[in-house]
Design a protein around this ligand. Structure first.
Ligand code: ZN
Length: 150
């Protein structure tokens, strides 16, 4: 049996990589065993996530900025500010999630997030493997850009 190992990520030493239009991320951890993945996400001011279903519970911690779920508190939804924590149960559906300010938050999902169109059809599955691929693609693009600049 392998010994337990600490996971430590110096996030300041990592570059932001493209996540989704309007969003950048730094990969913190993925687990192939459980499908859990953790990322640090940075949202541009005015960015938003389209409609999605959580196929695994999610948790977030707001480092800075603001996130408005279901139109925010003024519309009966959630307005999360710096220092706030949220838990999103398995199966929950989120419509447009908006970021009115430049925002940074930690997000862990215990499974996949299923992005859907208006008809409820799957557009994209964001799971631990997709997150790994996003990181690999981002690093590859970065390397290419550095080579070009040199
Ligand atoms: Zn969500």
């Amino acid at each position: 049996m392998s010994k337990p190992k600490d996971v430590y990520v110096n996030t300041a030493a990592k570059d932001w990589l493209p996540f989704y239009p309007g969003f950048q991320f730094k990969l913190l951890r993925v687990s192939a065993e459980t499908g859990t993945w953790s990322v640090l996400v940075q949202a541009d001011k005015g960015a938003s996530f389209p409609c999605h279903t959580h196929l695994g519970a999610g948790e977030y911690f707001m480092v800075s900025g603001r996130m408005e779920v279901r139109g925010g508190a003024k519309n009966g939804g959630i307005t999360a500010n710096a220092g706030d924590y949220g838990y999103e149960p398995n199966g929950i559906v989120h419509d447009l999630t908006e970021f009115p300010l430049k925002t940074v938050f930690v997000f862990t999902n215990h499974g996949a997030v299923n992005f859907i169109d208006e008809a409820g059809k799957t557009v994209f599955i964001l799971d631990w493997q997709a997150v790994l691929k996003l990181e690999a693609d981002g690093l590859k693009a970065q390397k290419k850009a550095l080579k070009k600049a040199a």
